[in-house]
Design a protein around this ligand. Structure first.
Ligand code: PLP
Length: 398
């Protein structure tokens, strides 16, 4: 098909040309005397992205899922109890992994479209007088439903009852797009991946581990080997890896972190908020459709999950967009399959790219019989963006 493919799934996201070029390198010796410069550049530039001075960033040759597994198997003893909430496919998959790894999970079942139920976290933690819960899990941004949760408030709930459990946060579709604060929020393990806000191909698990979690890892009895924090931290301290790292991914990461630093992390967050608000204007004011997120406090600035009207199959919208307009939209997963489609607005993008996605979604919806006004989404997004400041947080519209 002529023209570019419009990639608007909520990960993998568009890789900037600058990052692609940085990744086009000849292979080199990963044990050479100069290799530590690359390792150290990546690991030190990641610290401000996690907003940490004391925790340790770790890169695994995996995706985000590998970092979930690493968090569980490094920090916990076999069979330990953890507390988690389920409100979408990704919070579900993490819970499923915990069960399959043999951990006992207290699950806070929550309607899909809502976020982490803070009062119920608090109730479970305060009822746990014997401190059987060893880790509290929270998904900061549920990509399946477009819902963002308040990780800081989960930490406050833990602190308010002086609960000593570790706090694990999934920031796979939030890191480097929505604010995340490792130190301030007292997060012990943050789990993320390369293919979302970090604007890289999939294939690198990006995680960050607090000193408290590293200490727990020293005596934790769960079995692990390839994903062992200790091996990684010991090797990284000398500038190397315990096994052969992916050179292009490291060069790409160094470049993407440079781009984030140049734009300014707070400006990156602001751009995501501003672009997301335009997409929401298209959905709510233009198309008169509903988001899966049931209240504005849950609205995600990286992905919008858009409910299709009764009688329409969301999968048909997605198939039409792909086959006719070369536009990739995100699918409805599991419980919400067929009920919605998703527009990812994360990573390297701007207004005009998103207008393409909104126009394509609009045409595909019209083609499969959704009763919306042609042009209404595009017009509503334009109106929002023209009336609001783009660019730097303190700046005005250019
Ligand atoms: N957590 C969230 C919130 C996600 O969106 C994803 C993937 O989209 C994952 C975890 C799993 O990450 P990966 O596919 O990189 O293994």
């Amino acid at each position: 098909m002529a023209g570019r493919n419009f990639l608007f799934v909520p990960g993998p996201t568009n890789v900037p040309d600058r990052v692609t070029r940085a990744m086009m390198v000849a292979m080199e010796d990963h044990r050479s005397p100069i290799f530590p410069e690359l390792t150290r550049a990546c690991l030190s530039a990641l610290k401000p992205v996690f907003k940490t001075t004391s925790a340790v960033p770790i890169l695994f040759p995996s995706s985000g899922t590998g970092c979930w597994e690493a968090a569980m198997t490094n920090c916990l003893n076999a069979g330990d109890k953890v507390l988690a909430s389920r409100f979408g496919q990704f919070s579900h998959l993490w819970i499923d992994m915990c069960t399959r790894l043999g951990f006992e999970v207290e699950v806070l079942e929550t309607p899909w479209g809502e976020g982490a139920p803070l009062d119920r976290y608090l109730a479970s933690l305060s009822a746990d007088k014997q401190h059987k819960i060893k880790a509290v899990l929270v998904c900061q941004n549920e990509t399946a439903t477009g819902v963002t949760s308040d990780v800081a408030a989960v930490r406050q709930a833990m602190n308010s009852v002086k609960h000593p459990a570790l706090l694990f946060a999934d920031s796979v579709s939030a890191l480097a797009s929505i604010d995340f604060r490792m130190d301030e929020w007292g997060v012990d393990v943050c789990v993320s991946g390369s293919q979302k806000g970090l604007m890289l191909p999939a294939g690198m698990g990006v995680t960050c581990v607090s000193q408290k979690a590293l200490e727990a890892a020293k005596s934790a009895t769960s079995k692990r080997c390839y994903f062992d924090y200790g091996d990684m931290v010991t090797s990284n301290a000398t500038g190397y890896f315990p096994y052969t790292p992916s050179l292009p991914m490291l060069y790409g990461l160094r470049e993407s972190l440079a781009m984030i630093a140049e734009e300014g992390l707070e400006n990156v967050f602001h751009r995501h908020t501003y672009l997301a608000a335009g997409v929401r204007a298209a959905v709510i004011e233009g198309w008169k459709l509903k988001l899966c997120a049931t209240a504005p406090k849950w609205h995600s600035d990286t992905v919008s999950a858009i409910m299709v009207p009764e009688g329409i199959n969301g999968a048909e919208v997605i198939a039409r967009a792909f086959k006719r307009y070369n536009l990739a939209l995100g699918a409805g997963l599991s419980q919400v399959a067929g009920k919605l489609f998703r527009i990812g607005h994360m990573g390297d993008l701007n207004e005009l790219m998103l207008l393409g996605a909104i126009a394509g979604a609009e045409m595909a919806m019209l083609d499969v019989g959704v009763k919306i006004e042609p042009g209404s989404g595009v017009a509503a997004a334009q109106k929002y963006w023209r009336n609001h400041a783009a660019g730097a947080k303190s700046g005005s519209a250019a």
